[in-house]
Design a protein around this ligand. Structure first.
Ligand SMILES: [Ca+2]
Ligand SMILES: [Ca+2]
Length: 220
């Protein structure tokens, strides 16, 4: 009898399966509970029950985050999951398959969640005035303006560009970390002149956010 049981026991082909989700906040139809993930592709070897098995998922304290289709074994979100706020990108779970004769087997499932670039850099304000004189010297640092990006991966890393195309790419520039500086002597300007310059923050994936820097020349 024992030998017969051993033969009839179902078993997973692999000891470990992998499933990958993508953080789907921007893909609203997929970000909802039930959102798609890659199929882990469970394969069960079972001489007496064929492919008819019932799947259950257990992820210690995190089982509530996911659901499994008991017939197909496909795993999905139980609720709208935003990696940028949840901050957890990997879960270790167990999947149990039970055959028609109530014999079962268990395998490990690692669920990994990848970030996508669903946030753009945002400045605190849309416009800021910067008061300077025409006597500022080349290299003078004027103001540091930073944008924030909620993506937790490299998609949240931001660099900066200042549009000086209207001024032949002269007078001002910005460091990669968002500090404006004088790039050419300013003797062409006089008291009362103003320049509206577009500052853009760009993340690693190309999403951008912008603001206006208003340079105002005042009398010494
Ligand atoms: Ca981003
Ligand atoms: Ca993200």
């Amino acid at each position: 009898m024992f030998l017969l049981d051993m033969i009839l026991l179902p078993r997973f082909l692999k000891f470990l399966y992998l499933a990958n989700f993508y953080n789907m906040r921007s893909l609203s139809s997929l970000f909802q509970a039930g959102g798609l993930l890659s199929d882990a592709g469970f394969v069960i070897l079972d001489e007496d029950s064929g492919s008819s098995h019932s799947y259950k998922l257990s992820c210690s304290g995190n089982s509530w985050r996911f659901s499994i289709n008991s017939n197909t074994g496909r795993v999905s979100y139980s609720y709208p999951y935003d990696l940028d706020t949840e901050l957890i990108s990997s879960y270790n779970c167990d999947v149990t398959a039970t055959d028609a004769g109530s014999l079962s087997c268990t395998t490990a499932l690692v669920i990994s969640i990848s970030d996508i670039n669903d946030n753009s850099p945002v400045f605190d304000t849309s416009e800021v005035p910067v008061y300077i004189t025409r006597y500022e010297t080349v290299g003078t640092l004027l103001v540091n303006l930073t944008a924030t990006d909620k993506d937790i991966s490299g998609f949240g890393d931001v660099t900066y560009r200042l549009d000086m195309s209207s001024y032949n790419f002269q007078y001002f520039d910005v460091t990669p970390t968002g500090t404006l500086f004088v790039n050419k002597e300013l003797s062409d300007f006089t008291t009362g002149d103003t320049l509206d310059l577009q500052l853009t923050a760009v993340d690693y994936g190309g999403n951008a956010g912008g603001m206006t820097v208003r340079i105002v020349f005042y009398e010494v």
